[in-house]
Design a binder for this molecule. Structure first.
Ligand code: 13P
Ligand code: SF4
Length: 319
């Protein structure tokens, strides 16, 4: 059987099991193209968290990484949440432990903790607010101006939020995602030289985001052509913009959806090597296996979930 025929056969099986299990398939914008194509809902971290709350399905298959499945399990504990590969982690979530966060809080008594959703359930349980790249600025803006804030774990997103809100009392944890941090300012410079008329779409987790924000503020990058956005924000912008060329500074998996939605436009990755190995662990055979054998079920102990839910509820409500 050809690979295409094998894929078709697996997709048919997945759809049959999905119906039998009354399951919902959620996929992140960085997933493999063939996994994106079978999703009921494809989105950024915020959209997937909201979809996990809103569903009537009995089973949620989370085609993404571990913290996303944990988030779904915390927000909707009555559902069975499956992660098709239990090893699909996140280097950014690993960049702060709950003990590190507790020690940081002890150094700043009274500070409010805003954690990016890319964190473990234990870190969320020690946080006052969670946020995603789509609403981090709005969440920080919703906190009284004189309130000290600890922002973790992503330093590039933290710097972006600090610049956008102008808050001096926002302390940033020095964590990073190895995929986004690897997209350097020089990568963007080089590609923009080749495509000087392209729109530049930058994810705030990127190593180039701080320099892009600086260049933007200094007037060295055209304001109308540079946009710092979450992954779904990038997809929306690509669809609505009349521009024909876009340089995309984020994980390259998103380009599949951009091309699908805009066949007449051109999308150029800022760095072709920006591939998240964790997102790519999810394959069609693993999705089928997850549905057939109900694995791997992701659960969070209720005492941790209860505390984490408060921070996540605030995230889902804002933006
Ligand atoms: P968003 O899709 O929420 O922008 O997040 C990007 C990301 O790196 C997820 O791990
Ligand atoms: Fe984590 Fe980075 Fe992969 Fe997103 S791209 S899941 S932040 S390692």
């Amino acid at each position: 059987m050809s690979i295409a025929a094998q894929d078709t056969a697996i997709v048919e099986e997945i759809m049959r099991w999905k119906r039998d299990r009354n399951a919902l398939i959620l996929a992140h914008n960085y997933e493999r193209p063939e996994v994106q194509d079978i999703a009921d809902i494809l989105g950024d971290s915020l959209a997937l968290a909201r979809a996990a709350v809103d569903t009537d399905a009995d089973v949620i298959v989370l085609c993404g990484v571990h913290f996303m499945a944990e988030t779904a399990a915390i927000l909707n504990p009555r559902k069975t949440v499956l992660l098709p590969d239990s090893e699909a982690g996140c280097s950014l979530a690993d960049s702060i432990t709950v003990d590190q966060l507790r020690a940081w809080k002890a150094e700043h008594p009274g500070a409010i903790v805003v954690s990016y959703v890319n964190t473990s359930a234990e870190v969320k349980a020690e946080s006052d607010y969670c946020c995603t790249s789509a609403n981090a600025v709005q969440i920080v803006q919703s906190i009284p101006e004189d309130q000290e804030i600890l922002f973790c774990p992503d330093m590039f997103l933290g710097s972006y939020v600090k610049r956008m809100t102008g808050r001096e009392n926002l302390h940033i944890w020095m964590g990073e995602c190895h995929v986004h941090a690897g997209i350097a300012p020089t990568d963007v410079d080089d590609v923009m030289k080749t495509y000087p008329n392209a729109q530049l779409l930058v994810h705030p987790e990127c190593g180039c985001s701080t320099s892009s924000m600086y260049l933007l503020a200094e007037g060295l990058l055209p304001k109308d052509n540079t946009h710092v956005l979450s992954t779904s924000g990038m997809l929306k912008h690509a669809k609505e913009s009349p521009a024909k060329e876009f340089v995309v500074a984020t994980e390259v998996g998103i380009i599949h959806q951009m091309e699908r939605q805009n066949p007449e436009k051109r999308f150029i990755p800022a760095n072709r090597k920006a591939v998240c190995p964790f997102m790519k662990m999810i394959t069609l055979p693993k999705v089928l296996d997850a549905l057939v054998n109900l694995k791997t079920v992701i659960t969070v102990p209720e005492d941790t979930a209860m505390k984490a839910r408060q921070a996540l509820d605030r995230m889902v409500a804002i933006g």
